[in-house]
Design a binder for this molecule. Structure first.
Ligand code: CP
Length: 307
């Protein structure tokens, strides 16, 4: 199969085959080893963040600038004409006339797909509501491969808010294309959505549901922690009931395999105590750095500068 990302939008991880994901990771590995400061000279990326972000926005913007390109855009939808009632479709149609590529985040599920229908420029989804965060997943896969030297054969636990956590949805769907074993650890009301569990069953992926990290920590190679997504709860009382459901401490890692690594898309609130940072298991800061190389690879590919 010939892989050609030129002009393509990256909206959902499900749109990518395993071969395509590995192709992106290979370029990210190359860019981490050998920077390309002129690759995107003359190109402009629009950075359209209607919802708050630190890592995704700044790593996209740094990625573009470190490849020699330029960035314009906004970090808050309230300073764009969305505030006056402009539709996402109209905004993206116009922004696509100014930029070569658009990186965006929006609170509404489906907003990135809609944007990609409005413009003929590639749209890179930096998160749409509780739906998808495909570029996070690519950097997660990159990080898993980097710290464990492989993806196939791993046992991976995904813990925290699996209902609203878009990173957990995208990551699970991507991992389903590999030969892995999954453990979902969450309070009942925040477990992995049924439609994703059904997808896993259809794909023949082994998984199990748990409510305590301690019950699975000795079995896994990766423990992927996530934040309880306060902003997506309709009911404050429901959030208060689960907000302290999982708090990872060094004592909970005593039985972990020596090479087990803790990942987290960040930001964290209280679900990983700072003392875990000092353990050999912590790998979330390296993970965040890898966003830079993965997003550089995506920009190079969709703008036709990488093959
Ligand atoms: N991981 C992630 O999406 O972080 P930000 O919300 O800071 O972009």
């Amino acid at each position: 199969m010939k892989i050609d990302f030129r002009g393509k939008s990256i909206i959902s991880i499900s749109d990518l085959s395993k071969t395509e994901m590995l192709h992106i990771l290979k370029h990210a590995e190359d860019l981490k080893k050998k920077p390309q400061p002129k690759m995107l000279s003359g190109k402009i990326m629009a950075s359209c963040f209607f919802e708050p972000s630190t890592r995704t926005r700044l790593s996209f913007e740094t990625a573009m600038e470190r490849l020699g390109g330029q960035v314009m855009g906004f970090a808050d939808g309230k300073v764009s004409s969305a505030k006056k009632g402009e539709t996402t479709w109209d905004s993206m149609k116009i922004i696509g006339q100014y930029a070569d590529v658009i990186a965006m985040r929006h609170s509404l599920e489906g907003a990135a797909r809609r944007a990609s229908e409005a413009t003929n420029k590639p749209v890179l989804n930096g998160g749409d509501g509780a739906n998808q965060h495909p570029t996070q997943t690519l950097l997660d896969l990159f990080t898993i491969k980097e710290c464990q030297k492989k993806i196939n054969g791993l046992h991976i636990a995904v813990a925290g808010d699996l209902k609203y956590g878009r990173t957990t949805h995208s990551l699970t769907q991507a991992l389903a294309k590999f030969n892995i074993r999954l453990y979902f650890v969450a309070p009942d009301e925040l477990q992995m959505p049924k439609y994703i569990q059904e997808e896993l069953k259809k794909a023949g992926v082994k998984f199990s549901l748990h409510d305590k990290i301690e019950n699975i920590v000795n079995k896994v190679d990766i423990l992927y922690m996530t934040r309880i997504q306060a902003e997506r709860f309709a009911d404050q009382m429901e959030y208060d009931r689960v907000k302290n459901a999982f708090v990872l401490t060094p004592s909970m890692l005593i039985k972990a395999k020596p090479n087990m690594r803790v990942m987290h898309p960040l930001p964290r609130v209280n679900e990983i105590t700072p003392a875990v940072d000092q353990t050999k298991h912590a790998y979330y800061f390296e993970q965040a750095e890898n966003g830079l190389y993965t997003r550089q690879a995506l920009l190079g590919l969709v703008l036709g500068k990488l093959k």
